[in-house]
Design a protein. Structure first.
Length: 206
């Protein structure tokens, strides 16, 4: 099963992707994770990506498409895959169609005004990467799993988040119509608990 997760930044794609990948036994491919690994390693692609991400802009299509194409050629993708964070533009979707058939596109829908609070309140462990939210942890500064320091990602500040949401509306939202026209779009109400959203997606994917 080849699945794409769509949704604005903060809609919960990453959280759902981990659960769905485990349920369906397919690899979870996050372009964000791939880029962050390259940024941390200061690779040529990472340096280019960072210059865009820090401004809340999308990484150029040709860079992102090449990274995804390379990943889909790995052996573990022969049984299927779960794409999280790609495609982000219609041009990327058209490029993906040339190399792989998509079975289902899950759009996790959350009101934009709620997403701003979700993202700016997010804190991530600097060691193990687990995500928390200040609405639930308050002033806690340490990870409950590994005692690592909890930090706010550079691209999670309010100004950058507003820019990211604006970019999403202009460039990524048209993908909803693109995949609707292909007959593979599944809409899910993302303004619910993690478990409720997961159950809804699982029910529709079968």
């Amino acid at each position: 099963m080849n699945v794409i997760l769509l949704g604005a930044p903060g809609a919960g794609k990453g959280t759902q992707a981990v659960k769905l990948a485990e349920k369906y036994k397919i690899p979870h491919i996050s372009t964000g994770d791939i880029f962050r690994a390259n940024i941390k390693g200061q690779t040529p692609i990472g340096i280019v990506a960072k210059s865009y991400i820090d401004k809340g802009q999308l990484v150029p299509d040709e860079v992102t498409v090449q990274i995804v194409k390379d990943r889909l050629e790995d052996d573990d993708c022969k049984v299927g895959y779960l794409l999280d964070g790609f495609p982000r533009t219609v041009a990327q979707a058209e490029a993906l169609e040339k190399v792989s058939k998509v079975d289902a596109v899950v759009n996790i829908d959350v009101p934009l005004e709620k997403l701003l609070r979700r993202i700016t309140g997010r804190r991530v462990c600097s060691k193990c990467g687990i995500s928390y939210h200040i609405d639930f942890i308050g002033d806690v500064k340490k990870c409950s799993e590994c005692d690592g320091e909890l930090i706010q990602r550079a691209d999670d500040n309010e100004d950058t988040v507003k820019q990211r949401l604006d970019v999403y509306v202009k460039q990524t939202a048209p993908l909803i119509e693109f995949y609707k026209s292909r007959g593979v779009l599944i809409n899910v109400d993302g303004d619910k608990s993690v478990d409720e959203v997961f159950e809804s997606i699982s029910e529709k994917l079968g």
